[in-house]
Design a protein around this ligand. Structure first.
Ligand SMILES: *[C@@H]1O[C@H](CO)[C@@H](O)[C@H](O)[C@H]1NC(C)=O
Ligand SMILES: *[C@@H]1O[C@H](CO)[C@@H](O)[C@H](O)[C@H]1NC(C)=O
Ligand SMILES: *[C@@H]1O[C@H](CO)[C@@H](O)[C@H](O)[C@H]1NC(C)=O
Ligand SMILES: *[C@@H]1O[C@H](CO)[C@@H](O)[C@H](O)[C@H]1NC(C)=O
Ligand SMILES: *[C@@H]1O[C@H](CO)[C@@H](O)[C@H](O)[C@H]1NC(C)=O
Ligand SMILES: *[C@@H]1O[C@H](CO)[C@@H](O)[C@H](O)[C@H]1NC(C)=O
Ligand SMILES: *[C@@H]1O[C@H](CO)[C@@H](O)[C@H](O)[C@H]1NC(C)=O
Length: 449
């Protein structure tokens, strides 16, 4: 039974008018106050340190035949199991009653009580502290003393429960920890799945609603702020995680890849461009306003314009109009920005576009690799790096030349994530050497199809 969609229905008027103005603008530079997403590292530290790919997954046990969704309910598995070091998922078939307001899920039959947090970042305590735990409680033959609540809403499709908690609002984490795993775990339902979203923030839900509508034929239920008892014949709690912003096709139920995910995003946000082009290429500079700023952004834009690039500068934050921002990114051939969550917008780039990650001073190549370089491959985006030298870094003005931070970045790394973040990410901005920048642009152009 479909819920009606009035809640998300009113689309803001004026979006298309704004985009048309933007795209047709004859100005070389358009400074778009694109508001959306957030500071890439929210108030609390968002440790991007993990490099490990899950290795405890036993692929041989994964059934990829049978009716759609059948592999989610492999009876030879325990109800809850780890799909990777980052994600625990639970699946059950039977009489399932979700009392979301109390974070309780009554299940019959069920072997024993389980507890789980449906967010694919289990190794990260800071993130998990913002994810509420759900209890899976047996009733009926398996526990006659538990009295389940009566169903107030009956659903005929399976439920999929996940949380947007953790680092919601940080675009890198939204895609890595929530959206790509969600796609991996639910695309094969073909829309016949009811999403139950925990730890909701309304602006977050609004932002990604176009995507959810392409994954589910039913409106998302805000599971904690709902007084109903929703009943289902099946439920999956928590996503399967493969790798950061990546999907292992041999392990996804329908053989999906990140290319399929990008195609779905393209449909969801009405993105027109499939492939980048070398003809009058558009350069999109992702701007940041607090840390890791480009201090000579205007000079960069002029240099790029002289080099025959059509330049746009945009700064996404939490409330940026997502559909418009996605279209802007999709219109670019080269996207450049200092390492940070804004680069996650590469999900909207056309195929074979070039992503230029500007890597701040401080031995950050490993961080740059796991966060954007490796994912870019899956995304069919050509990756390029621009290493910031000390001459280009604001750190040279903060510390004397022989300072420990400037001389021994890897020793600073040994002190842990907070040290790295404070010294090299939060307190650094860059002034690009314009001749080096021009060379980088020519290289980027040569990589375009
Ligand atoms: C998943 O792994 C964690 C940590 O190793 C462990 O505490 C947890 O019990 C595991 N979950 C399941 C369902 O086995
Ligand atoms: C049955 O559920 C109650 C709580 O509702 C719990 O205290 C008890 O341990 C459970 N018994 C079994 C056998 O799981
Ligand atoms: C849901 O289904 C159960 C079992 O068929 C039924 O007893 C109950 O009345 C139904 N509840 C609603 C609200 O339709
Ligand atoms: C943006 O999101 C962050 C969390 O990622 C939050 O701390 C901040 O208040 C948000 N800003 C606005 C304007 O909502
Ligand atoms: C349950 O719902 C009420 C009313 O909507 C809400 O105030 C309360 O915070 C909810 N409880 C939880 C645990 O979210
Ligand atoms: C940037 O630095 C890394 C690590 O030192 C190096 O491997 C890479 O080739 C450099 N890239 C460029 C474009 O100089
Ligand atoms: C800028 O980079 C060029 C190499 O592209 C180098 O020759 C020049 O010395 C650099 N300028 C400064 C001020 O560091």
């Amino acid at each position: 039974m479909k819920q009606h969609r009035s809640r998300q229905e009113p689309r803001r008027m004026g979006n298309s008018a704004m985009v048309i103005t933007m795209l047709l603008s004859l100005c070389v530079l358009t400074f778009i106050k694109a508001r959306y997403c957030t500071t890439p590292y929210p108030n609390k530290p968002a440790p991007l340190l993990e490099v490990e790919i899950d290795d405890d997954y036993d692929g041989s046990r994964y059934k990829i035949s049978g009716p759609i969704g059948e592999e989610d309910f492999d009876p030879s598995r325990p109800t809850c199991y780890n799909t990777s070091k980052r994600s625990e998922r639970c699946a059950a078939v039977g009489d399932i009653r979700v009392d979301g307001n109390h974070s309780k899920i009554y299940i019959s039959p069920l072997d024993k009580e389980w507890r789980t947090k449906p967010y694919a970042r289990r190794h990260d305590q800071v993130a998990m502290d913002d994810v509420r735990e759900f209890a899976l409680l047996p009733f009926g033959a398996s526990n006659a003393t538990t009295v389940p609540p009566l169903c107030t809403r009956n659903h005929s499709v399976p439920a999929f429960l996940f949380s947007s908690g953790g680092f919601a609002g940080n675009l890198y984490h939204d895609y890595t920890d929530v959206l790509v795993p969600l796609f991996t775990s639910t695309h094969h339902f073909g829309g016949e799945v009811q999403f139950l979203l925990a730890d909701i923030k309304d602006w977050w839900l609004d932002k990604f609603t176009p995507l959810f509508r392409h994954l589910s034929n039913y409106d998302v239920i805000d599971v904690h702020n709902d007084q109903e008892v929703h009943c289902f014949p099946r439920i999956v709690i928590g996503s399967t995680f493969h790798r950061a912003m990546g999907i292992d096709a041999t392990r996804s139920p329908g053989g999906e890849t990140v290319a399929d995910f990008k195609r779905l995003l393209r449909r969801a946000f009405h993105l027109k461009r499939d492939v980048a082009s070398r003809e009058k290429p558009r350069l999109l500079i992702i701007s940041r306003k607090s840390s890791r700023r480009f201090l000579n952004e205007r000079a960069m834009a002029h240099a790029a314009a002289l080099a025959q690039f059509d330049v746009r500068i945009a700064e996404p934050d939490n409330h940026t109009d997502m559909p418009n921002f996605a279209r802007l990114v999709n219109s670019a051939d080269v996207m450049m920005g200092v390492h940070g969550a804004g680069l996650t917008n590469m999900v909207f780039l056309p195929s074979r576009a070039v992503l230029v990650q500007v890597v701040p001073f401080g031995g950050l190549e490993w961080l740059s690799r796991v966060t954007f370089k490796d994912p870019a491959k899956d995304m069919d985006v050509t990756y390029m790096e621009y290493n910031v030298s000390l001459e280009e870094s604001s750190l040279k003005d903060l510390y004397p030349k022989d300072h420990f931070y400037l001389q021994h970045p890897y020793d600073v790394h040994k002190k842990g994530w907070d040290a790295i973040k404070t010294v090299y990410l939060d307190k650094q901005s860059v002034t690009l050497n314009l001749s080096k920048f021009a060379d980088a642009l020519e290289h980027a152009r040569s990589l375009l199809p």
